[in-house]
Design a binder for this molecule. Structure first.
Ligand code: AMP
Length: 280
């Protein structure tokens, strides 16, 4: 596996593949790789001859007071996992390679970026859209693979790709979970043993609300209110629990059939997000 830290070196590797008529899939990550990330890589391999993975803890998507400094960085373990997974190239830039000090341009997807996680993490999705747009320009892949775990992020990126005519196909992969239902996440390592026992409630709650909707419960706003109460009773500090239309993430009404339940809640110092997407 090639490990590349400079954009010009990345470009020349990718250009060689392109000149040989070979296709490239790209999987952007912040590292501390788990089975969720590995699932994205295995999906990427189905679509293209070469897979590029980036590991970059992007400072611009963290708000003041968030965990940028303490975000788990496990680069040698990650490298081993990527080699085992058969990745061709790891792009591992420093912050100074990604951003010039007087950068003036921000990619901002209006509307959706201000809702849900965007309301609680101001500027987060501008940071995400900007870095993903830059990475797309650097890698120039045919396909990029993202997890449905970050459902709102995936929606923001799809809109960005559409609006900016970025020539890349976005593929999504279902959330990979621990045996007890907790969505795998690098941030799960922040949980204390006691919190780790409580954390699976997030997915149980999503599943219960889904079941209630499928069984015909019509009052979505009451279901949201009850879900927030259950989270609080279990020791979470919820940011939001919302029943949305999966195609535009607007609040769903009882006649909508294509739904996603989105939740974000803090447990101690850990902020967890999860979702369930379904038809009814
Ligand atoms: P991150 O390293 O957390 O920025 O995530 C990098 C990519 O992995 C994103 O597309 C995430 O949606 C995806 N991802 C993270 N956790 C999971 C998971 N449990 N299942 C599937 N994809 C995931």
């Amino acid at each position: 596996m090639k490990i590349i830290t400079a954009v010009d070196k990345l470009r020349s590797s990718v250009t060689q593949w392109r000149l040989a008529g070979e296709s490239i899939a790209f999987v952007p990550t912040m590292g501390n790789l788990h089975d969720g990330h590995l699932q994205l890589i295995s999906e990427a391999k189905k679509h293209c001859q070469h897979v590029v993975v980036s590991i970059f803890v992007n400072p611009t998507q963290f708000c003041a007071g968030e965990d940028f400094a303490s975000y788990p960085r496990t680069i040698s373990d990650d490298q081993q996992k990527l080699i085992t997974a058969g990745v061709d190239c790891l792009f591992l830039p420093e912050v100074s390679e990604m951003y010039c000090p007087d950068a003036k341009t921000v990619v901002s997807v209006a509307g959706l970026s201000r809702l849900y996680c965007g309301a609680f993490r101001p500027g987060h999705f501008d940071g995400v859209a900007t870095v993903v747009c830059k990475l797309f320009n650097m890698v120039q892949a045919d396909v990029a693979v993202f997890g449905q775990k970050d459902f709102q992020q995936l929606a923001v990126i799809r809109i960005m790709v559409r609006d900016l005519n970025i020539p890349i196909k976005i593929i999504s992969v279902a959330t990979i979970r621990e045996a007890d239902g907790l969505a795998m996440s690098s941030r799960n390592s922040y949980l204390t043993p006691a919190e780790r026992l409580i954390a699976p409630l997030l997915y149980r709650l999503l599943s219960d609300v889904k079941d209630a909707i499928v069984a015909g419960t019509a009052s979505f706003r009451n279901l949201e209110k009850d879900a927030l109460q259950r989270l609080q009773a279990a020791g979470f500090v919820p940011d939001y629990f919302t029943i949305c239309r999966s195609f535009d993430l607007n609040a769903a009404e009882s006649e909508d059939v294509d739904l996603v339940l989105l939740v974000a809640a803090r447990l101690g110092k850990t902020r967890l997000i999860d979702n369930i997407c379904f038809y009814r």
